[in-house]
Design a protein around this ligand. Structure first.
Ligand SMILES: [Ca+2]
Ligand SMILES: [Ca+2]
Length: 339
């Protein structure tokens, strides 16, 4: 282990700080004139290691605190009692790419960081991307940055709540005012692809296997995104102004087996269904002799609106029946396969 007296450069540190010539005092006791906090830096390979002593612990056991081992220097954020004269970097909040403008490029950079497609690794850029200074980069920083860009250009009140609706593999929303950003994570089969709304300041997504995270910034229609197949919304956040707003998924009020489309069909059709509460749901297709032709759904399903595709390419033309059952609910519909 290191010798603290040597490492930090103090002599007589129990009686008050008398920094040695190579230590840096940063806080002084006005009455005694002695230092009550000090730090020292060492080169260590291509990094600089910083160490400080906690002035708040002077009268008990002084504690040594490592803070920072970075190229840039000590982090003020890591120990907020430190009174550093200089910020380690001076980028304007929101100017994530450091080009002295806060514009859509910075929002793109923040969104790519959140989606994980291009994480911000530079401490200075990260600090600028953390526009609201809470130590992380998330959708609130996107909103903060967008509002800097759009100052004066927005009409109407900020939303306080929003409802996300899913129907026919598309997500839309309603809200009681302007929503600045949505962050939505959905799960889906690996071959499902997504098309983001074109009516937004910015909309982007990142798919990782069977999970996709999307960020839709300042949507100016009710559209959010459309998928090529079924998905389930796992997580959702929405923000307006400087905070999150209440957001919920619309839940159907009753079970329903919706009209298949197209019908008649050849060879695929889409069948929508609604589940008002978590239930064991079966959607099964029978031929006219009552034999099972396809099991489309047979699982526990969360409340929501869903749709399922049926491909009947290996079956012969004719009439089929699709039956949805969930608890006491039963609904049946005719399907006409015409080849
Ligand atoms: Ca910029
Ligand atoms: Ca932040």
């Amino acid at each position: 282990m290191y010798d603290p007296e040597y490492e930090i450069g103090f002599t007589n540190w129990m009686d008050g700080f008398e920094p040695t010539a190579d230590a840096n005092a940063f806080l002084f006791d006005n009455a005694s004139g002695s230092a009550v906090g000090a730090w020292k830096a060492w080169a260590n390979g291509n990094k600089t290691i910083y160490m400080g002593v906690d002035p708040l612990a002077l009268n008990s056991a002084p504690t040594y605190v490592w803070w920072g081992a970075t190229l840039e220097g000590p982090s003020k954020r890591a120990l907020d009692w430190m009174l550093w004269g200089d910020e380690p970097c001076s980028l304007q909040n929101g100017d994530a790419n450091g080009d002295s403008n806060v514009d859509v490029l910075d929002v793109v950079m923040e969104v790519a960081h959140i989606l994980g497609t291009n994480p911000i690794t530079d401490a200075c850029n990260f600090s600028a991307a953390d526009a609201n200074d809470d130590g992380g980069v998330d959708v609130l920083d996107v909103v903060w940055t967008v509002n800097m860009i759009l100052t004066g250009g927005r009409i109407g009140d900020l939303a306080t709540s929003s409802v996300i609706n899913v129907k026919d593999n598309s997500a839309t929303f309603t809200a009681d005012g302007n929503v600045d950003a949505f962050q939505i994570t959905v799960s889906h089969d690996a071959d499902v692809t997504f098309t983001m709304t074109e009516h937004a300041f910015l909309a982007d997504y990142a798919t990782n296997g069977t999970s996709t995270m999307m960020i839709i910034v300042v949507p100016d229609s009710h559209e959010l995104f459309t998928a090529s197949g079924e998905f389930v919304i796992d997580e959702y956040l929405a923000a307006a102004g400087d905070g999150y707003i209440n957001v919920s998924l619309s839940v159907p009020s009753e079970f329903a087996l919706n009209a298949a489309y197209p019908n008649p069909f050849n060879p695929t059709t889409t069948i929508g269904y609604a589940v008002p509460k978590s239930s064991d749901v079966k959607v099964i297709v029978y031929d006219m002799l009552g034999r099972e032709a396809a099991v489309l759904v047979n699982s526990s399903v969360e409340a929501g609106n869903y749709s399922v595709n049926w491909n009947a390419s290996d079956l012969s033309s004719g009439m089929y029946m699709v039956r949805m059952t969930a608890g006491d609910f039963v609904s049946t519909q005719k399907l006409m396969l015409v080849k």
